[in-house]
Design a protein around this ligand. Sequence first.
Ligand code: PLP
Length: 379
Amino acid sequence: PPRHSSLLDGISEASSIRLNNQIYELKEAGRDIITLSLGEAFFDIPLPSFEGLPAQQIHHYSHSRGVPLLREKLARYQREISAAPVDPAEEMLVTAGSKAAIFMALTALLESGDEVIIPEPLWVSYPDQVRLARGVPVMTPWYESVEELGARVTARTKAIIVNNPHNPTGRRLGADQLRVLHQLADRHGLFLIADEAYHEFMPAGERFVSALEHDPDKRHTVVCNSMSKNYGISGWRIGYLVAGAPLLAQVIKVQQHLVTCAPTILSHWLAEHFEALLEHTRPQIRRVVETRNRMARLLADRGVECLEGDATFYLFASLGDSRLDSDEFAYELLVRHGVGVVPGAGYGASCERFVRIAVGAESEERLIRGISAVATLIE
Ligand code: PLP
């Protein structure tokens, strides 16, 4: 038979998704697994009822930019987050999750062979998304030193990925660090692709700073964001992209040829219940972030170090002197101890001695058991 594209030979399955698929299967087979591997937090939120929504709207395609009321609400929401104007008609696109938003932005921006700088630890999909968009991912150590990032810029560099708050460490960037990134973008004519999918997951009293705040005209910033984590509805596949009107007019072509529009029925429901849903999730988000930081202390008490961070619901834990690499560690923890964590290897070549622990999907009692199993296996 004809062979698939050789481009796919250089692409791997997403390591976190592969592991979670394995866990879904184990659970289906009746195994009790303490799941510290899911990239989402579970919230108590009302089940949607579609009664009263007009069938001629909800069953069908919508405007490919998104349902107008949802676009308006999202634009207002983004304006509140980033103190920057957002035009719901021209600068807001409702997408099938932020993953699609990032991919469409890359597709719209990259010439074949263009480079995209990706700080490590990286979110597992960035390098392969860049490759699928026919670009070249250039990995670099985390934003510790922006000079280090600057040194990676070449004539082919087109964009830098800025994931804030950060999966998998829980680290967040402040205004000063973001300003330097914008200066770098300005100096070299680069785009910042700002992945802000966890922006609600901040520690109490801390304000999230969006990349848009330093580039309100959206000259070189694309914001990709999502309802998956902040609203606890990952399976709905609704996210959004904010860009200047000229770039968004290009991105929308990709959306039209790929998915037409985001899920319409869910977009209508979300538009109607936008504020109410956020009222439900915000206090729960607060508690998840507190839990994250409590679990970090628990790990520290057991001698396990995590990379610096205090946001999101993730911990990136060092394996210390363990004889196991991250794949072996995650395998043994899952099969022998019934605890799922994601191996660090998928987060970059520098992350093979780490595992990612997510605290959003289990009760306190099971979390403590799971964390304790991680610490014991490391010892
Ligand atoms: N960006 C980051 C950093 C993520 O961790 C994830 C999901 O795990 C996404 C984007 C994509 O989420 P979604 O497509 O559900 O919005």
